[in-house]
Design a protein around this ligand. Structure first.
Ligand SMILES: Cc1cc2nc3c(=O)[nH]c(=O)nc-3n(C[C@H](O)[C@H](O)[C@H](O)COP(=O)(O)OP(=O)(O)OC[C@H]3O[C@@H](n4cnc5c(N)ncnc54)[C@H](O)[C@@H]3O)c2cc1C
Length: 350
């Protein structure tokens, strides 16, 4: 059904009417009876952006691949391609990857496809990584510094092409990747200008409320399915998995492999001794899956996003609450209640 929605979405985009179109949409149920609980995890942010580089230490090739920030999924395939380019094609030596989140598993799958023996060392495996938690809409990651604009452009492009191919395939290698329509309401012109191929719409929800906004299409990733498939495929391709917590850089360099790729996310603080890593705790409120909701929506007050929701096979996710420097990620019920109230008020009967 989502495939059909994605085709319709793209057809609508292709026709690109200048006039505003009227659309009816089912409204989500954010009532208490549908509430499933909070889902939360921390991702690794760095003021200087992603750490993507290779160096030789004590005769070992050490490649860093962490600090992707809030758009870790958006640039994951681009980062993985770059990691692979740092490794000599002729020399198929065994590779150690630290981390079994989306970044470690994307690197693993690319290297396994190219014939490298791969061992993944990680404290946690799917479904227990931060990468599994985040419901995800593809948006280009922004370079935090001007001198990284070209790098981020390349990472965004490579990743987008990879995800787009998955949406186009009849039997994709990894499930959970679809093109869906997103409806944006109340946003400033600056926010609107960030999106390509937008179409003005007037939406009437089943609750009876009507709003003007705009529609755009993007890739949605159902991470419950997608990250588990990345994991399963790496297993099928012959990766070894070793549950192990790397305590520090000395521990990292003591691994027997001579090529080591560090994809440990927030763990890079310990694994690489990188004090610039900032854990950002992010949480969603989740509701029972609602099959009629085949779109995502976001509601702004100018530049300030009040809430957004994203469909998924196992849950409808309402977000988002973030707090920097908070690795423990305790649920903030006050902020959670505010989020739900904003959403309920938006859909309340007029
Ligand atoms: C709720 C939420 C919503 C998000 N929304 C989006 C979005 O819409 N779009 C987007 O692009 N991104 C989003 N992100 C960010 C994105 O999820 C992350 O950037 C991405 O998942 C990071 O992947 P990773 O593989 O680097 O890290 P992780 O998924 O955190 O994986 C790290 C791996 O390293 C292992 N590890 C850590 N420390 C050690 C150690 N010392 N020894 C051994 N193993 C270790 C862990 O066990 C784990 O296996 C969101 C994140 C969250 C939490």
């Amino acid at each position: 059904m989502l495939k059909l929605q994605s085709i319709l979405c793209c057809l609508v985009m292709a026709s690109a009417f200048a006039a505003e179109e009227s659309i009816c949409l089912p409204s989500p149920d954010f009532s208490k009876c549908c509430f499933k609980g909070y889902r939360q995890a921390a991702f690794a942010d760095r003021a200087s952006g992603v750490n993507l580089k290779s160096e030789i230490i004590g005769g070992k090739l050490l490649i860093q691949n962490y600090g992707h920030g809030m758009h870790g999924h958006s640039i994951t395939w681009g980062s993985a391609e770059m990691v692979a380019s740092y490794i000599s094609v002729e020399n198929k030596r065994p590779v150690a990857i630290i981390g079994a989140g989306v970044n470690g598993l994307s690197v693993a799958n690319i290297l396994l496809d190219r014939g490298y023996p791969v061992t993944i060392y990680a404290s946690c495996y799917p479904p227990n990584t931060a990468s599994n938690i985040s419901p995800y809409l593809w948006e280009p990651a922004k370079a935090p510094r001007d001198d990284q604009k070209d790098l981020y452009k390349k990472l965004n492009e490579l990743s987008y092409l990879h995800f787009r191919d998955l949406t186009a395939s009849a039997s994709p290698e990894y499930r959970g990747v679809t093109m869906i329509p997103v409806y944006t309401f109340g946003a400033s012109d600056a926010i609107k200008a960030e999106h390509k191929d937008v179409k003005d719409v007037s939406v009437t929800f089943c609750s009876g409320r009507s709003y003007k906004g705009f529609q755009w299409c993007t890739i949605a990733i159902d991470t419950d399915l997608y990250v588990c498939d990345l994991f399963r495929k790496a297993q099928e391709k012959g990766a070894y998995f070793v549950p192990r917590t790397i305590k520090n850089k000395g521990d990292l360099l003591s691994l027997k492999e001579t090529i080591i790729v560090n994809c440990s996310g927030v763990g890079a603080k310990e694994v690489s001794g990188d004090t610039t890593v900032i854990p950002v705790c992010t949480k969603f409120m989740t509701f029972e899956p609602q099959p009629s909701i085949e779109y995502a929506a976001e509601v702004f007050e100018g530049d300030n996003r009040l809430f957004f929701y994203v469909p998924g096979s196992y849950r409808l996710s309402l977000g988002v609450i973030t707090s920097k420097g908070d690795k423990a990620c305790d649920a903030d019920e006050v902020k959670g209640h505010k989020l739900v109230k904003n959403a309920q008020d938006f859909f309340a009967f007029p």
